[in-house]
Design a protein. Structure first.
Length: 167
């Protein structure tokens, strides 16, 4: 399937309902995640782990924090087709890791991000996650969507320094 060719998702999974579950259960992420896995439709929705390609150039935490704020603002038009947590994590090889986990409509990255948000889209490496077939992928999603102090990234728990919800 080519970018921009995502079919409309059937009425089964509602992104707005998921966002409401997430917001209404901020202090009880297990409740929201239980709802997500019960209602998730892998044929119509996809999860993505993304990482900024130039993390080695980020020398100050405020630079990474400003960058994720700009990203969230510039992708405003994609809110109807995506949900995500955009984070700044404490790194080891680099001082800071700018990364995110997104749930998006369709099997591919939606055109609202890949085409309309192309300038930012191209600055990130996108890796599709399979929460149904790969427990490690599901653990990454749950660690981001729990919005806690630590986030699972590349097999290691990382300190969550800053983050934003893309609702």
């Amino acid at each position: 399937m080519t970018e921009g060719a995502n079919p409309p998702a059937p009425a089964g999974f509602s992104l707005n309902d998921w966002k409401a579950q997430f917001q209404n259960n901020k202090t009880k992420p297990a409740v929201a995640l239980e709802w997500l896995w019960k209602n998730y439709e892998p044929a119509n929705w996809s999860f993505w782990a993304i990482e900024y390609k130039y993390n080695d150039e980020i020398k100050q935490g405020f630079m990474a924090s400003n960058a994720i704020k700009g990203l969230v603002q510039r992708w405003e038009h994609a809110r109807k087709v995506a949900f995500g947590i955009v984070s700044v994590l404490k790194g080891t090889e680099t001082q800071f890791i700018q990364c995110a986990c997104f749930l998006t409509k369709g099997a591919d990255v939606p055109p609202e991000i890949a085409v309309q948000g192309k300038d930012d889209y191209e600055l990130y490496n996108w890796v599709k996650l399979d929460p149904v077939g790969k427990p490690d992928d599901k653990a990454i999603i749950e660690s981001f969507f729990s919005f806690g102090d630590d986030v699972l990234w590349k097999g290691q728990k990382r300190e969550h320094i800053d983050g934003l919800k893309f609702l």
